[in-house]
Design a protein around this ligand. Structure first.
Ligand SMILES: *Cc1c(COP(=O)(O)O)cnc(C)c1O
Length: 413
């Protein structure tokens, strides 16, 4: 049998192999919102799903379709829907698959806006239990009769806790629960949630996937492992044809079409081009992160470093087993007497910025910004200290990063 093509090769040649216009190597940016039909009966057939085709830009766009295909291949899934942002992807899945009275078990270690979004769903009658998902026993203990899904992130922001991904996968399979994994921090290059039985993979394409901080986007990928025929909230209208497609059909119609957080074709193009260098960028960023984490960990002016690549990290072994590399996110807390704002202001190479997964190294004082709204109690429960800085390490020359911290800390000590 012919060996399967590698991750990078398959992605680089994805657009060109899909019979694009004029033999272009990049799928073109198609701005058209509407599509014309010679035979109006064809238009009707497209609307009714009897024929493949495009009807309106909020639902489908050829440039976006090409990106979706890339994501599906990278995640080893069966189907992908792209959205305007990562938040839109998460929100649209919850909106389309849950109803009042349902219960969700979520990791307590969550991206700040995801946490805020979940509390909005609580106002609409969906119950959410937040548990320490680094141990699957806590997830098991929270499951009830009305539990529909379990939501976790691979590496949590900012303290880098790693969910008990394999055991939660087994638990969800055993209980017939939908298993949603946010793979933003690891990306399919470091980890494929499909390998631990995830049902749906969430990705903020804005971050490492696009990788240059120049386009927003999100995606949901169906791994093809969940039996949608057993999901109670599929509407009768969508219980038609192959049951393997029901979930994504409902998300497409109720989530994307009705909610309308559609990814634009220009952004899709940026994200697709960015993704072509994902493995190169990610490997370099992870190498830089490990070297920087080791440097900071041994520096007397730094009180603590959370990075899964350090042997002292509580889930270091898990990271080694599951991920190709331990990612490029870390959080650091300077010793008392060195203020996080002063440290950030001294740094020349590191940009004070809220994004992550950029080619540039970005740093942010988390308690005062992205986790400010959560309040001190929830922050404390997540291990977030007031003086903590989250770093998203980029692909700079590592010596420059180490020299930058070295000089800044020397000034402040
Ligand atoms: C950024 C991020 C999101 C949201 O993605 P956007 O594209 O910014 O909407 C969701 N989950 C995680 C883990 C993220 O880092």
């Amino acid at each position: 049998m012919k060996k399967r093509e590698g991750f990078t090769t398959a992605n680089l040649h994805s657009d060109r192999r899909d019979q694009p216009e004029h033999g272009v190597l990049h799928k073109a940016i198609h701005p058209s919102v509407a599509y014309g039909y010679e035979d109006s009966r064809d238009l009707a057939a497209v609307f009714q799903g009897r024929k493949a085709g495009y009807n309106y830009g909020r639902q489908l766009n050829p440039t976006v379709t090409a990106l979706q295909k890339r994501v599906t291949n990278m995640e080893g899934g069966s189907d992908t829907i792209a959205f305007a942002t990562g938040m839109a992807a998460i929100g649209s899945v919850f909106f389309s698959l849950l109803r009042a009275g349902d219960h969700v078990v979520s990791s307590a270690y969550l991206f700040g806006n995801t946490n805020s979004l979940f509390s909005s769903f609580e106002r609409f009658g969906i119950e959410i239990s937040f548990v320490d998902a680094t141990n699957a026993d806590n997830v098991r203990a929270a499951i009830r009769d009305n539990t529909r899904l379990v939501f976790v992130e691979t590496i949590a922001n900012p303290v880098t806790q790693i969910a008990d991904l394999s055991s939660i996968g087994e638990l969800c399979r055993e209980q017939g629960l939908l298993y949603m994994v946010d793979n933003t921090m690891t990306t399919p290059w470091l980890f494929q949630p499909a390998s631990v039985g995830a049902s749906l993979v969430i990705s903020s394409l804005t971050k490492y996937f696009g990788g240059h901080g120049n386009a927003l986007g999100g995606a949901i990928t169906d791994t093809g492992q969940y039996d949608w025929a057993s999901y109670p909230n599929i509407l009768d209208t969508y219980r038609k044809g192959e049951s393997s497609r029901w979930g994504m059909t409902q998300i497409r119609k109720k989530g994307l079409r009705d909610f309308g957080a559609t990814l634009g074709p220009e952004a899709a193009h940026h994200l697709a081009v960015g993704s072509e260098t994902l493995p190169l960028r990610m490997d370099r960023a992870c190498d830089n992160a490990l070297a920087l984490a080791q440097f900071l960990d041994s520096h007397p002016a730094i009180a603590s470093v959370s990075y899964p690549g350090l042997t002292a990290h509580p889930q270091h072994e898990r990271a080694r087993q599951l991920f190709k590399r331990p990612g490029s996110i870390m959080s650091i807390t300077p010793v008392e007497g060195i203020d996080c704002f002063d440290l950030l202001n001294q740094l020349q190479c590191v940009v004070a910025s809220s994004n992550l997964g950029d080619t540039r190294t970005l740093g942010i004082p988390v308690a005062h910004t992205i986790f400010h709204e959560m309040g001190p109690e929830r922050r404390a429960s997540m291990g977030i200290s007031d003086n903590m800085i989250r770093l998203s390490v980029g692909i700079e020359d590592v010596d420059d990063l180490i020299a930058d911290f070295s000089a800044a800390l020397e000034k402040l000590e």
